[in-house]
Design a protein around this ligand. Structure first.
Ligand code: CU
Length: 268
């Protein structure tokens, strides 16, 4: 029985480790400026935690086998702990976790606490049950007022986020259900939520941030490749959570300007 358990524990360990090493199910290619640094941190974390995982599971299998029931009448010896051993592993674990946090925090903080570039594109992202809306400030660079009592989610776009069309600053605001971004230009994100907490997740950009009702969260990132990328809501936000999906279209600056101009024209 002890040998069978050892075999099962080791088998599960090695099979699951294989899928991680072979990258059977893995992230899409990184398409944002911060992606290489985030992937490096991710790899370091995976390797370190992988070593700990394999060592712990191998130890578990071995001990299950070593201390199997061997019959006989030998009395069980109980251990009441080993202070030195406990101090050592607690210290090592603390060093590992605090160290990983310290290594990762500059990447995390740079997208949040550094001010955005002067030429960053401001985009307001609004999450609501169960759609994402993207607003561009237009030529004046100012987002017009939105009002909760003007919100009509069934009408979509401008009406969905409750844009106040009487506000002069809102006249040139463009609201879209698809996110358009110019390539190699920083995006100054203003992240909002209307009803519950949502999470704006673009796996290809290695970008994930909660959108919280009552808060406007500022973050920035820079897409580095043109193409279409998926947006998912990464926070269970209700019955339609599974379909709270959107697309980012990263295009050239010219195509972006053309698209904005078309949207402005359609408003007239
Ligand atoms: Cu959601």
């Amino acid at each position: 029985m002890g040998l069978a358990l050892l075999c099962i524990i080791w088998l599960i360990t090695f099979v699951s480790t294989y899928f991680f090493i072979a990258k059977t199910w893995w992230l899409p290619a990184g398409m944002a400026a911060a992606a290489p640094a985030i992937d490096r941190q991710f790899t370091v974390t995976y390797i370190l935690m992988g070593i700990v995982f394999v060592a712990a599971q191998c130890g578990l299998g071995y001990l299950v086998w070593k201390y199997r029931d061997q019959g006989g009448t030998q009395k069980v010896a109980y251990s009441h702990g080993n202070t030195t051993l406990e101090l050592v592993w607690t210290t090592l674990t603390a060093i590992l976790f605090i160290g990983l946090n310290l290594i990762g925090s500059p990447i995390w903080a740079a997208e949040r606490f550094d001010p955005p570039n002067a030429n960053a594109v401001p985009v307001e992202v609004t999450g609501m049950q169960f759609a994402w809306y993207f607003r561009y400030a237009g030529k004046d660079g100012i987002f017009g007022a939105t009002k909760p009592d003007l919100m009509d989610p069934s009408a979509g776009n401008e009406a969905a986020i409750g844009l106040d069309t009487n506000d002069p600053a809102s006249k040139d605001d463009v609201v879209s259900g698809t996110m358009f971004l110019p390539v190699n230009r920083q995006v100054d994100l203003h992240l909002r939520a209307v009803d519950v907490i949502h999470s704006f997740f673009v796996p290809s950009f290695r970008f994930k941030q909660d959108a919280v009702p009552g808060l406007v969260i500022h973050m920035h990132f820079t897409p580095t490749q043109t193409g279409d990328y998926e947006i998912a809501c990464a926070e269970l936000c209700g019955l339609g959570h599974y379909k709270m999906h959107g697309m980012v279209k990263v295009v050239s600056q010219d195509e972006f300007d053309k698209w904005i101009a078309e949207q402005e024209a359609a408003k007239q």
